[in-house]
Design a protein around this ligand. Structure first.
Ligand code: SF4
Length: 279
């Protein structure tokens, strides 16, 4: 079996940066270091950080002291203010691409634009982004249908979650632009994401099966799996090599493997090693 590993597989710049910031903070801090929820959507990477002394909190309001690392997805602006008011030491690991989106939203909200954010409404990045809009003048949508249902507006600014599907964004942004008198489209989809998505499309079209490695809660990994599955029906999304046990690779001559932006290389390497030994 030929195994083709995607060139774009593994940590993106934002995740690498957040992991480094967290490790360095744990190393030089005397107080307890926390993250608000898992630093990245990968349980194995979170476990690695735990061993280094970084604890993931489900509710940051449960602490009154220590150092809190803001994740690559960012946090709602009002939460950061509240953290500071509590006297918590804040270390910001928000990905620079997300910071750019936050600033764009703030800029256009201040100019009076209605903000439309395209993405998963419950995703932490979206919760962070929407906090920079005028709270009475924004909407989060995730589909063309929802775009069609929006009322006509004067001035709108359209922006996406950094990991949103590039083609879908273009389609939704186009439909929204036609509804407004004036529309500003900010293509905030991170290049790491679009490159990954384009590569998996090509790989899936030329492979008998595709394995996508990464956290089940990782939006960008799930998106990769969705894209691959739309082209290659034998697509499997797994978190670790253990899940390979239930997968049938009979007759597969060409196997493409990719990994989400939050998947550590060592996990993908273990998957490849397992396949080479057992399939
Ligand atoms: S996928 Fe892009 S926006 Fe998201 S953390 Fe990575 S580099 Fe930043």
């Amino acid at each position: 079996m030929e195994i083709i590993l995607a060139k774009t597989a593994g940590f993106c710049m934002g995740v690498k940066r957040a992991m480094q910031i967290a490790s360095q903070t744990a190393l030089k801090n005397e107080s307890q270091v926390y993250t608000c929820g898992p630093l990245i959507h990968n349980p194995q990477a979170v476990e690695y950080l735990k061993k280094q002394g970084v604890e993931s909190l489900s509710d940051w309001r449960s602490i009154n002291s220590g150092t809190l690392i803001i994740r690559a997805h960012g946090m709602p602006a009002q939460d950061i203010e509240e953290m500071k008011a509590r006297g918590l030491n804040i270390v910001d690991a928000t990905c620079p691409h997300v910071v750019t989106s936050q600033r764009q939203i703030k800029k256009y909200a201040d100019l009076g634009y209605f903000i439309v954010i395209i993405g998963d409404k419950d995703h932490p990045e979206i919760l962070s982004l929407q906090s920079f809009a005028d709270q009475q003048r924004f909407r989060v949508i995730s589909s063309l249908q929802q775009a069609k249902e929006l009322d006509k507006l004067d001035q709108i600014m359209i922006i996406a979650q950094t990991t949103f599907n590039a083609e879908e964004f273009a389609e939704i942004a186009d439909a929204l632009s036609r509804k407004a008198k004036q529309a500003v489209v900010c293509n905030s989809i991170c290049q790491a994401t679009s490159e990954r998505q384009q590569e998996v499309q090509k790989l899936a079209a030329n492979a008998d099966a595709v394995i996508v490695v990464g956290g089940k809660a990782s939006a960008n990994t799930r998106r990769l799996a969705e894209i691959a599955a739309s082209i290659c029906s034998r697509t499997h999304h797994i978190e670790t090599e253990e899940e390979l046990e239930g997968i049938d690779l009979t007759g597969v001559k060409k196997l493409a493997i990719t990994a989400g932006a939050s998947t550590p290389d060592f996990i993908t390497e273990k998957v490849i090693e397992h396949i080479r030994k057992n399939f």
